[in-house]
Design a protein around this ligand. Structure first.
Ligand code: ADP
Length: 452
């Protein structure tokens, strides 16, 4: 208000001054002329300032504020302040947007934002990988035109997004994606993608496992109940009774082996190795395995021992290592026809302890061998090359799965090489450790007690 008052006073004084000067020049019309001239001059100045402001508003930037006079100066000051505030708010907004995008970019899941028509507004790198998109060229395109899957289009247009859609990745058949759409704002849409390949694989393995266990248990149970029925309904001779009882015993043993192997697998998967850290005498263990192999073979094979290196130890669990060694040795006997040769060896490779010295237990047979395509899958549960042969020889299909678990719990490795009709070699490699005999436990215990 004060500003307006001063401006009016200034204008009045300027007009009065011009009128006084005009009256001096021409007493008759000079005063009016002077006042008109001042008014025109003021009008010209205001019009020029107004034009400058109009031109400024065309690009409205902070760095080209015009120099204007009078009322316009107040207006330009106000506009300048507004522009600065607006720019500050815009900067804050774009900083927030940038940080949101950086966060969304870092997400392990894919994110695509769509406008009300389903056109891409933005997507992160993971979504580009999952859906085969390229933001630079696909922005503004309808997503369903770029991901051409009927299920995907149906899911997006259905608007019932309670559950995610599970589908194969558009550019990679091996990958399985979970797609979840969410609506937000005013009809916009967020599409989230997640790689669930591993989860799906686990789920499939779980389903297969249950189906396999049920099947493996059902078969001997059916046979058993068949025999029981025969016992109940038919008069049998002593000879028949003995034969059937033996067959029933065989089926019951099969079920027992299966349940025992399942329990072993489950305890291997759930717990840490018992007695972990105890030195296990591999040389003694290998000798026991040789004796077992001779017994299982029952003289039907030639069992050779290349060497059993003395004084070889490995840290771990003796019972677990025994079962792993025994498994590959008995497999060699079971899958080698009578008259074949089975060669066992316990040796070591690598230099000194602590620099990668490894103990290995090798079982070589001249058996039926394994076609190469089966080798990578042998350690899967219930995987068998020849189902009937495995069952006939009392196999559960879990042996090598157990071996693999035991070996990996001992930081070791299982190596398999085989040639069909020639034979197979199974090798367990384990990190060797110091012999406890070099530091007898009594002595060390005593010395601890003395020192204490
Ligand atoms: P199984 O109880 O059936 O023997 P394993 O897990 O021990 O189960 O072995 C898986 C499959 O690997 C076997 O069914 C068999 O086909 C194959 N296999 C294992 N060891 C040998 C071997 N020494 N020679 C030939 N085939 C073998």
């Amino acid at each position: 208000m004060l500003n307006i008052f001063f401006r009016l006073v200034f204008l009045a004084l300027a007009m009065a001054f011009a009128a006084a000067v005009g009256a001096l020049v021409d007493p008759e019309y000079g005063a009016v002329g002077g006042a008109i001239l001042v008014s025109l001059w003021v009008y010209f100045l205001q019009a020029r300032s107004g034009l400058k402001i109009l031109r400024w508003l065309d690009d409205f930037r902070l760095d080209n504020v015009p120099l204007v006079a009078g009322w316009w100066d107040d207006l330009s000051a106000k506009l300048f302040k507004y522009l600065k505030l607006h720019q500050r708010q815009q900067q804050a907004l774009s900083n927030t947007l940038a940080s949101f995008r950086t966060a969304a970019q870092a997400l392990p899941d894919g994110v695509v934002t769509l406008d009300t028509h389903g056109h891409i507004i933005w997507c992160n790198g993971t979504a580009q990988k999952h859906l085969g998109l390229k933001l630079s060229t696909d922005i503004g395109q309808p997503l369903i035109n770029l991901v051409r899957f009927p299920d995907f289009s149906k899911y997006l247009s259905s608007k019932s997004w309670d559950a995610p859609l599970v589908m194969r990745a558009p550019r990679n058949n091996q990958k399985i994606l979970s797609i979840q759409a969410v609506s937000y704002g005013d009809g916009q849409m967020l599409v989230l993608t997640r790689d669930v390949t591993k989860l799906e694989k686990l789920e499939r393995m779980r389903r297969d496992f249950i189906a396999n266990v049920s099947h493996e248990l059902k078969t001997p149970l059916t046979v058993l109940s068949g025999f029981l029925e025969t016992f109940r309904d038919l008069p049998l001779s002593e000879e028949q009774r003995t034969e059937y009882l033996n067959l029933m015993y065989g089926q019951a043993t099969r079920m027992q082996n299966l349940v025992e192997d399942l329990l072993t697998l489950s305890s291997l998967e759930s717990g840490s190795p018992q007695g972990d850290g105890e030195p296990v005498d591999l040389s003694a263990l290998a000798q026991r395995i040789v004796d077992e192999a001779v017994q299982v073979s029952g003289g039907k094979h030639q069992i050779n021992v290349v060497q059993i290196k003395p004084d070889l130890y490995c840290e771990g669990n003796e019972a677990e290592l025994y079962s792993a060694f025994l498994n590959i040795a008995t497999n060699a006997v079971r899958y080698t026809p009578d008259g074949g040769t089975i060669t066992l060896e316990l040796g070591s490779m690598g230099s000194e302890l602590g620099t990668g010295k490894q103990a290995y237990f090798r079982v070589k047979d001249t058996g039926i061998g394994i076609p190469p395509e089966h080798i990578p899958r042998l350690t899967e549960r219930f995987y068998r090359v020849d189902r009937s042969r495995s069952r006939e020889s009392g196999g559960t299909g879990l042996g090598l799965a157990i071996v693999k678990h035991v070996v990996s719990r001992h930081d070791g490795e299982l190596l398999i090489t085989s040639t069909p009709q020639v034979g197979s070699t199974f090798e367990i490699h384990l990190p060797a450790c110091k012999s406890p005999l070099k530091f007898p436990s009594n002595t060390s215990k005593d010395s601890v007690a003395v020192n204490a």
